[in-house]
Structure formats: C-alpha cells, structure tokens
Design a protein around this ligand. Sequence first.
Ligand code: ADP
Length: 259
Amino acid sequence: MTTTRGDQALVDAVNVTKSFHGNEVLSGIDIQVHEGEVVCLLGPSGSGKTTFLRCINQLETIDGGRIFVDGELMGYEDKGGQLHRLHDKRIAAQRGEIGMVFQRFNLFPHKTALENVMEAPVQVRRVSKGEARRAALELLDRVGLSERADHYPAQLSGGQQQRVAIARALAMKPRLMLFDEPTSALDPELVGEVLTVMRELAQDGMTMIVVTHEMAFAREVADRVVFMDGGVVVEAGPPEAVIGNPQHERTKAFLSRVH
Ligand code: ADP
C-alpha cells in the first residue's frame, strides 16, 4: 500500500507523465514542494507548466507516476501497485484542500465579490451563511477589498477581480495554493497589486506553486525556481542560481527572451 507516503514534502510529484492525443506534454516530472515553500515554475509557452498544475489538483488525470499532496495520493487508490481511480466525491474532497487561481479570474458574474467568496464554503463545506460571510469579509479585507464587497465583477478592475479570486480560493482554507499566470491577463498597471497580495500570502507561510513570467517576483519571493522546457525539468534551485546564474543553454535562452 503506497496510497500515503511518509515524506516531508507537502507536494511530492514522482515521475509524472501526461499525453494529449499521443503528444507527450509531461515526460517524467519530479517536483517536491515543502510546507511554507514558494516555488515558481518558469518556462516557455507550451512547456507543460499549466498541465502540471492541473494534474496536481486533478483537473487533468495523469498517465504515469504519482502525485502526493500532504502524503495522500491524488486521484487514485494504490492497490498493490495497481491504481484505481477514486470516486468523484473523494477527488472533490482532495481538490478542496487546494486553492487555484487562474489567468482569467472566472468569478461568477451575477454574484457580488462577497457572494463569490462565500460560495464554496456554503455550497461545498456546508458552512452557515453567517459564518461564511464573516470569514469572507475578513478575506476581502486581507486582499484590500472590504470596500468593494458588494460590487459585481463587472464593476471591478481586472486586478480587483483577481484579488477576489484569491480571496475565494483562500475561503476553503487550502493547504496549498496554485497560481497559473495570475497576472498575465492584467493591464501592466494592475499587476503590482496582485503580486503584493501574493507576496503577503507567501510571507504568512502559505505553500505556493506559481506559474509566472514575472522574473522580479520569482527572484524576490520564490524559495525555489523550477525551469521547465518540453515537458521536463531542465533546471531547479534557488532563484539566484537558476535566474541569476543559469547552467543550461535552454534556461539561458529563455531568460534572455523574457528579461
Ligand atoms: P504551458 O503552461 O507551459 O504554456 P501547457 O501545459 O499549457 O504549457 O501546454 C503544454 C502542451 O500541451 C501544449 O502543446 C498544449 O497545446 C498542450 N495541451 C494542453 N492542454 C491540452 C488539451 N486539453 N488538449 C490537447 N492539448 C493540450
């Protein structure tokens, strides 16, 4: 039985492979992320970063390997080396421990900021409306939006919508936050306010995996940077090494393009 793993890492991805229609997108990814760590995933478009994030929280199924979160095998039960897909309910419960923030904010357009943040705790966790409202107001305050609680997404800027999306993910009290290029759909002047919220979250000890092209953010906030290309990890280490002094030609070429 290796359904759980007595490893220290909060996220332990072992030899993960994934293909779409015969096209291998992840070719044996090994990544560990420890509690409280911030890991930035860098790499050219199409290198598999988003797919890897989606595999962690089971928005995609993997073809090979294992992903453990907090020692628990994601999506499957391991019976003597044979993997059996878990029931949807169990997968939903695993997913509930993981917050994800997308490039597009995906807020419910017909709900206010407050209602968006309250939605999952009330619908999924069956938290009382009063309690969910109190927690949501606290979270909106944390992302600097208590004044905007009653606004609808269309009445908010992109940066404000993304901060609501972060508050909404935090409302489920996740062990882990996944960010998929959270600032790349924003006008440049709105990027900073979202990165500030993310920086504060990192300082508060949240475990985070962040796909980003914001090199300054990665340098400052990441404990480790992982550079992916063509579905493999090319280089990983502290930002001062990977960004400051890359060893591989592919990393150097990528960095010279984004800097
Ligand atoms: P990145 O995040 O590094 O830009 P992605 O993980 O989005 O890379 O994509 C990796 C590759 O997988 C790309 O070639 C992309 O076209 C392909 N891909 C991603 N999702 C799908 C899908 N649902 N169906 C088919 N191909 C996909």
